[in-house]
Design a protein around this ligand. Sequence first.
Ligand code: AMP
Ligand code: ZN
Length: 481
Amino acid sequence: MKIYNTLTKKVDDFIPNEDGKVKMYTCGPTVYHFAHIGNLRTYIMEDVLEKLLRYSGYDVTRVMNITDVGHLSSDGDTGEDKMLKGAKREHKTVLEIAEFYRKAFFSDCEKLNIKYPDIVEPATNCISEFITMVSGLIDKGYAYLADGNVYFDTSKVPNYNDLSGHSTEELMVGVRDDVTEDKSKRNKSDFVLWFTKSKFDDQELKWESPWGIGYPGWHIECSAICMKHLGAKLDIHCGGVDNIFPHHTNEIAQSEAYTGEKWCNYWFHVHHLNDETGKMSKSKGDFLTVSLIESKGYDPLAYRFFCLQSHYRKPLVFSYEALDQATQTYNKLIKRIAGLKKDGEIDNAFVENAKNTFIEKVGNDVNTALGITCIYDILKANTNDISKLEALKSIDYVLSVGLIDRAEKLNAQASTTSNEASANDNISPELKAKIEELIAKRAEAKKAKDFATADAIRGELSEMGVTIKDTREGTLYTIND
Ligand code: AMP
Ligand code: ZN
């Protein structure tokens, strides 16, 4: 397998430290709000990477943290703690917020066929690990105490900018006059490992530490959680591109300072999903969630399919038109698969060959678009349907767009549709015409995103004693008894 490595800035052959085993770490969500579909683009592509590694024969252990403390409204050391902001917004405690949005996150992941990581670790579970690591960094001379906070001294790390590619000028000693930075820092890029003082004194969760009552910085979480579960050496670390600096840069600095050796060999970063006005972000208030697109009638797996059509290293622009197009292509594909017959013998050589071709194509820097091409190649192949189904099932372990599951559902639906159609046979032609006219008007309203009208029509039908059901085949109706 080959992967673009942000550290070397080229596509590298993937060779894990231990033969056949992969230690993988993923920065998890900050659970102060729902994940937007941009965050989930990152998790979808990381899921493909993990499954591709497994599909290629590696034994993967994947760890994900849950950020429930320490992530400030900037990715640096300024602003209010995001969790506290969430708690204030909803008049709940920080732990209630964390619990609610952690569950919401994994429920979204399930809808998108994103596998649950082997280990999920909330930061608030690991305070003693953070304290041990910060103490170690002070002992080794990499961290210092100033005005109540513990800082990491970035000037002690000559390769600090290797990952981000930033210029060393930014690491110059002394806080520049024009930067309203924390004056306690020795260097502009130093960062807080442990806070006991911040502008926001009402931090809800605080713990005893050798430096006073306080809470950890965001960056130390990932290094300590990663080492707790995966040891001193990591094969691959993932996240969105916004994590490259300062988060991952700081993770490398503190981890390597702590262990005295190279920490992680491969850095995998997913580019952002943007909306037409720019980067999608939770702080913008009105943001796109899986539930929102579902409520508009989209299948979450059609969103996954939309993401897989593009390469993870390119920015992707979201629009409903683009999602409509992906949905259309996806539905057509599912319909084709639903038409495959299950008779005959499986041609195992064909399936094996399809699998190897898939690994070769997608394994070249997680090329998911080529993975989708593999689906069409299988469908076009000169073999029986049952072998095609088997090959599709096999590669869908990685793509996870529900190729078999959705096709089976479509076939099951088609048989209920024909039952329902015959149950509606004794309706008068006038009533049938009226119902169909209203259904058509509702479809138009939905297409024009006029959801108020669409809902009003559903109400009108309900008053007439008609229940409607939206399916991939169109809207079905039944007359209530
Ligand atoms: P957060 O919950 O804010 O810590 O972010 C969770 C993950 O989503 C991180 O890996 C981020 O890098 C990633 N991310 C944030 N915004 C976007 C976006 N617009 N598109 C893709 N990934 C994103
Ligand atoms: Zn992280």
